[in-house]
Design a protein around this ligand. Structure first.
Ligand code: GUN
Ligand code: ZN
Length: 429
């Protein structure tokens, strides 16, 4: 018989979508438990009942910490770890001044390995158990990331960033090499342990139509893979795309006309969408990824969460490290709340927590495996201290229910609130 571990604490899981049924979609137990066996959650229930039913299980009591699914960050650039919080530029200048020089350093596999490990340790300390990352153009940057995730037992998605124009010498591939390298990496890593490959054209301005078409062809050969890219983040970028692709009906059409629009597509940012783009994304079942700290930090704009979700659009939540200004999904939920307020909608804490777990897992098509604390799911679990700092503790003492108890941590919490992170049933933090 495999060893059993029983985690005790407050538990929070989702039985439904809080954007559809409201906060009652979440099930909270102030004295709950989760039984872990063989890297999976095998039971969730009342702590005392589980303890009585499984007396042989090793018990780890997290006290009054909140146990829920580990956070899922649906759009990150692990190579930008060391340039997070770089001052004073908007998207295109920020890419040229900070991002591209840093990504150039990943030509050195040892540097890539160093940053990959650093990045995963920082995010685990923030309660994030799965990320979907861009690497750099260097195939070894993908190897470094998957090696680091595999060593930690993590479920991650990543891909080689492809760019064959409008990037500096040394940071460009070609249509053919992007296809060949992506194909080889996909064959090497996709489905190995908990790893998945995502075909990754950076965005239309840094790819020629030939490169987009080559990657569209690769996706058609591997339709079960995710395809990730950026869409309509800043108005200057959209104007640039219009100039580079005069034939295209709109930004989305630059992807659509090259085989890069589909149900397994992940489109980061998607702030300034035309009505046709919104309709098409919904029609094909593509996912959008909201990156609120990035959108305010780089000055991109305000994502229409309420309108898109009400229309039935699948949306995930992400830090967009290092355009985003934090590694923390708590801080990211706070920013999503603030962006919502600026657009006139107050997102409920249940909706914020759902976006950071089930919502992002759904965007990554991984909701059958991760993103919820439920029997059969992989045992990626975070234990959150709801009184981690004096400022939070003095506020949460007045809480009348779980939502009032958790909202101060969403708004003011960071890695200090993460008491433990479990990955595949192993405690890593
Ligand atoms: N658009 C193309 N590349 C990037 C990137 O690295 N970060 C962000 N925020 N937007 C992008
Ligand atoms: Zn990005």
């Amino acid at each position: 018989m495999t060893a059993q571990t029983l985690l005790l604490g407050q538990t929070l899981r989702f039985a439904a979508d809080p954007f559809v049924v409201g906060p009652d979609a979440a099930i909270h137990d102030s004295a709950g438990g989760a039984l872990i066996e063989g890297g999976h959650v095998t039971a969730v229930g009342h702590g005392a009942d589980l303890r009585a039913a499984h007396p042989q299980a090793r018990v780890v009591d997290h006290g009054d910490a909140l146990l829920m699914a580990g956070f899922v960050d649906a759009h990150v650039h692990y190579p930008q770890t060391a340039i997070i919080a770089s001052w004073g530029k908007r998207l295109i200048d920020w890419l040229n001044l900070y991002t591209f020089p840093e990504e150039m350093r990943f030509a050195d596999p040892a540097y890539a390995a160093d940053i990959a490990g650093r990045y995963l340790d920082l995010t685990l300390a923030n309660g994030t158990t799965t990320v979907c990352s861009y690497a750099t153009i260097h195939p070894a940057s993908v190897d470094a990331f998957f090696d680091a995730a595999r060593a930690r037992g993590q479920r991650v998605v990543a891909g080689k960033t492809c760019m064959d124009r409008n990037a500096p010498e040394g940071l460009r591939d070609t249509a053919q090499s992007a296809y060949d390298d992506s194909r080889a990496l996909l064959g090497k890593w996709h489905g190995v342990d908990r790893l998945s490959y995502a075909i990754t054209p950076r965005f239309s301005p840094t790819s020629t139509p030939d490169q987009l078409a080559a990657l569209g062809a690769l996706w058609a050969e591997h339709p079960d893979c995710l395809m990730q890219t950026h869409l309509s983040e800043q108005t200057d970028e959209i104007a640039w795309v219009r100039g580079l692709y005069p034939q295209a009906r709109d930004y989305l059409d630059t992807y659509e006309s090259h085989g890069l629009l589909g149900a397994n597509g992940l489109y980061g940012h998607a702030i300034h969408l035309e009505p046709r783009e919104r309709d098409r994304l919904l029609e094909v079942g593509a996912a959008l990824v909201h990156c609120p700290t990035s959108n305010t930090f780089i000055g991109s704009g305000l994502f229409d969460m309420a309108g898109l979700v009400a229309a039935g659009q699948r949306v995930g939540l992400a830090t967009d490290t290092g355009g985003g200004s934090s590694f923390s999904m708590l801080r990211t939920m706070a920013a999503a709340y603030e962006v919502g307020q600026l657009r006139g909608t107050a997102l409920h804490p249940a909706q914020l927590l759902w976006l950071a777990t089930v919502g992002s897992a759904r965007a990554l098509r991984l909701d059958g495996r991760i993103g919820n604390l439920a029997p059969g799911m992989e045992a990626d679990i975070v234990a959150i201290d709801l009184n981690a700092t004096p400022a939070i503790a003095q506020r949460s003492t007045r809480a009348q229910d779980i939502w009032e108890a958790v909202f101060p941590t969403i708004m003011m919490g960071d890695d200090r609130a993460i008491r433990a992170t479990w990955v595949s049933g192993q405690r890593l933090v």
